[in-house]
Design a protein around this ligand. Structure first.
Ligand code: MN
Length: 247
């Protein structure tokens, strides 16, 4: 009988980060069959150009997930880098894709899960791109391009986003805002949501918000970078713990 559920996000895995890949494989081995479920809240991959991209790195991830999922269910949300993850990947990996907002009922309590990019409401240009890139018609048009062309496009998107990060550092514009949190929670009024879990901002922390006279606790997940990863664990008794992982 397991008594905890684990949440991770922003691993940004790719063929270029063998240490983080190894840390992920090791974590799967440690958690397999010993936890109730694994939730990956977006940006699992540094970039995703379509389920037909099947290099050896992606094959190895799919195989590891498929084995893990035989013992422990895995749920995956899209991030702003891997929003093209599709049902073919899900089927081959034995995972289940979740909608961009999802309420998980765990041990009798509701937990609201999002990637977190929608909370960064001050970044108007990004929110415009987000609306476009989550549009099924736009996605279908992109996926019709040849794989080689999509790989080039991904390289450009990645380069642009890295350049932006370096130029602006961790500016306020890419953090979650009070307005963003309130707008999201407004959609869940009356559902007794006390906990929101998300990643994306790479600013792991615990925040509290007053929503309709009640207190919401917002957990920001640890991103994985260099030799360090991390996770959040929800226990059956309602306790929430975070921990770092080292490659
Ligand atoms: Mn992200």
């Amino acid at each position: 009988m397991n008594t905890q559920t684990i949440f991770i996000s922003d691993l940004h895995l790719s063929a270029d980060v063998p240490q983080l890949n190894a840390l992920f494989f090791q974590s799967l081995q440690d958690w397999r069959g010993k936890i109730d479920a694994l939730y990956i809240l977006g940006d699992f991959f540094d970039v995703w150009v379509g389920d037909d991209d099947d290099g050896p790195f992606i094959q190895s991830i799919k195989a590891a997930l498929a084995d893990f999922a035989q013992a422990t269910p895995v749920f995956v949300q899209h991030g702003n880098r891997d929003f093209l993850l599709g049902e073919k990947f899900a089927a081959e990996s034995g995972i289940r894709l979740l909608p961009e907002q999802f309420v998980a009922e765990l041990y009798g309590k509701p937990y609201l899960l999002v990637h977190g990019d929608e909370l960064c409401s001050d970044d108007v240009a990004y929110q415009q791109f987000r609306a476009q890139s989550r549009n099924p018609m736009w996605q279908a048009a992109v996926l019709m391009k040849p794989l080689a062309e999509r790989r080039m496009l991904a390289g450009q998107i990645r380069m642009m986003s890295e350049t932006k990060k370096n130029a602006e550092g961790k500016s306020e514009i890419s953090d979650a805002t009070e307005a963003g949190v309130q707008a999201l929670l407004g959609k869940y009024a009356g559902q007794n949501i006390e906990v929101l879990i998300h990643g994306h901002t790479h600013r792991p922390a615990v925040h509290t918000h007053a929503i309709d006279g009640r207190t919401l606790t917002r957990y920001v997940l640890q991103d994985w970078e260099g030799e360090t990863g991390g996770y959040l664990s929800v226990h059956a008794d309602g306790r929430i713990e975070t921990a770092l992982l080292y490659a």
